[in-house]
Design a protein around this ligand. Sequence first.
Ligand code: PEP
Ligand code: MG
Length: 877
Amino acid sequence: MESKKYVYLFKEGNASMRNLLGGKGANLAEMTNLGIPVPQGFTVTTEACNRYHDDGGKIAPEIMEEILEKLSQLEEITGKKFGNNEDPLLVSVRSGARVSMPGMMDTILNLGMNDVSVQAVAKLTNNPRFAYDSYRRFIQMFSDVVMGIDKRLFEDKIDDIKQEKGIKYDNELTTEDLQRLVSEFKEVYKKEQGVDFPQDPKDQLVEAIEAVFKSWDNPRAIVYRRLNDIPGTWGTAVNVQQMVFGNKGDTSGTGVAFSRNPATGEKKIYGEYLMNAQGEDVVAGIRTPQPIAKLAGQNPTLYKQFEGIVNTLENHYKDMQDMEFTIEEGKLYFLQTRNGKRTAQAALKVATDLVDEGMLTKEEAILKVEPKQLDSLLHPTFSAEDLKKAELIAKGLPASPGAACGKIAFTADEAKERANNGEKVVLVRLETSPEDIEGMIAAQGILTVRGGMTSHAAVVARGMGTCCVAGCGELRVSDEKRTVEVNGKVYGAEDWISIDGSTGNVYAGAVKTVLPEISGHFATFMSWADKIRKLQVRTNADTPRDAKQAVTFGAEGVGLCRTEHMFFAEDRIKAVREMIVSKTVEQREKALAKILPMQKQDFIGIYEALEGRPVTIRFLDPPLHEFLPTAEEDIRNLAAEMNLTFDELKATIDELHEFNPMMGHRGCRLAVSYPEIAKMQTRAVIEAAIDVRNNKGYNIIPEIMIPLVGEIKELQYVKKKVVDTVNEVMKENNVKFDYHIGTMIEIPRAAITADEIAKEAEFFSFGTNDLTQMTFGFSRDDAAKFLKDYYEKKIYEQDPFAKLDQKGVGQLIKIAAEKGRTTRPDIHLGICGEHGGDPSSIEFCHRIGLNYVSCSPFRVPAARLAAAQAQVNFPRE
Ligand code: PEP
Ligand code: MG
């Protein structure tokens, strides 16, 4: 058997090898094949990463051998040697997973620098300052990234020199200063590590590759993977690439560019660069870069070549590209290209433009927009009226669109904690870094003092669809004092600010936000998605307002109306409580009589909002603990209302206490004990339908859904009460029309006996919230507390309540769908658990042939797109 190949030179790979070489590696190989000037190198595969972890954190000898072999081939290709005293090879070592995970894993630059090569570089470039600057940067980066030595120890040394000499910026440091730093940094390293800084570049390389492998499992990468549905089994590749230098003086520079504008989608090269700088200077946002258009004026020949390559890459990949480039003493190199991250607005414009330009088919274009991204289109903007009155205090870059307001949080941890406690916060930072990810997720918006449009904050916020203003240099932020100062005014942690990520404006106070209008590219794009998809998309809505909202987002019906949710309002909950604590049928009927008109009015409202589209009404399913009164005053009021003493009512409430309410007296179990509840609800459903049929002319065909069924006889019992009541109400009103009775499949026993259940049920709706809870035996209320340990220990990668567990819960759904169809071939099948709005779960529902998914109103557009993508990827009839 031929042994496995773990390391590929760039010229040995191509774009189709993304899974093995990672996105970056595959694209570097492809660019090499296209003849684009790429500094050469090699890629250690994702399989080597997995093998490293499988082998308990060791690089296997045969992989090591391959690395060293490719290294000597690279030396041949470049004509340079590692650690050489004349023309040494220096490399960068970067991670590159199958999909890009910006900033999540580690990068090491200038590797190969040591006491010998630094002198050679100084001589060769006639630029000792550059040589020592590169060396000190390498020691710093290697110590931090590879060895985990605290960055501050190095920053302090730099600060000491700056203070001694009274200078402010790094670029004011002289060669001698940098030489001193090199030796001080080496001392820090020795003190921290107990050994000298490694001088052999091969040792440096092996350590660096291991560090990248390890970084696949660092906490921020794990969080990012969970957020973006990236399996831990993919691993990361490592790219070892010859260094080219953008900091060799004024004819050198470095930058990032997009082939179209990543914020708006406009067809125009967009980017930023800095002369005499290294890549990290641009991305870290420490110096503010120049717009790319300036390069055209500065060096027209080079810009022309640059523009040519950008166009070649976009045409080749048929998508907007995000590229890194470096100019080394007047020569242009491309260091990487990838499909660019973009705002939802830009994604829609680019996708529709690429179809108009004949570059993509509609099916291909549908795959170019992330369903989750559409969320951001539905996010708020500031109310124009309130904005007129708002106090503008500063202006930064419009880094990620949307509007947000909140109180000021100064660190990511603080943002996370305060958001968990229900506060709305805006995270205000000098700049963000990858470890801030959780705080960035928790915040309403992100505001940074430093950084350009391609800074960490900007890129990550755009990806998440969170509003972000970056590079707002007027602010003075003090983490210690927990203040933001601007124009002589000071704001603290209790002050509100509002930020507009579409204009870059920052306002004092809380400015009211409103939802955006959807039109133009969105409508065109979504109409393509609607034509392609086979799954219908309904919504979970309990109020006419939510239902109407969902219809404007494209919902084709209501898949779940949770009737108990109609009773949370202050004036209604009393009647529900009265019903729950009733001890006699008379008491209960009295309470139900109060509820009936409200319930009927609710159903009329929803039927009207849906204008004849189907509505599934789920009968009462209140976990009792959510409804019982607990405050003494509430109990007293209710007792008075029911002519009971406080103690009598209190005793009833105590009796109703359940140790595990989620598995308690809820769902159809309530209707089994108290059929009068199901009768009242049926009356409300049918009377409302009659009313809307008569008054509005819609052909309402009510769909009544009985929840939490586990045994056919339960369903038979409740169904009989429903059917009798329907007949009674229709007779009273002298009408007859169709209606359907179905059930939820949310108990494993129901899934397994679905062939029996389908004898009674005309439709199934999979209640995957409960089905997940009951299948895993995880309480849906409590699991989050311990699931984080499971993510850390890589037992589970995803929250099974957010993303359908296809192996277990999914199997139950599949079994139930198949069994249901054997009894009733035309049974209507849908899903209404939270998973109905999750793209990968939607794909699963499509593949097993469900008829519809139902999700919350704001997730409807994403669900429509996910359903279309599922059809493109897995066509079905
Ligand atoms: C479910 O269990 O998935 C469901 C939709 O019902 P609920 O969340 O109301 O229990
Ligand atoms: Mg349920």
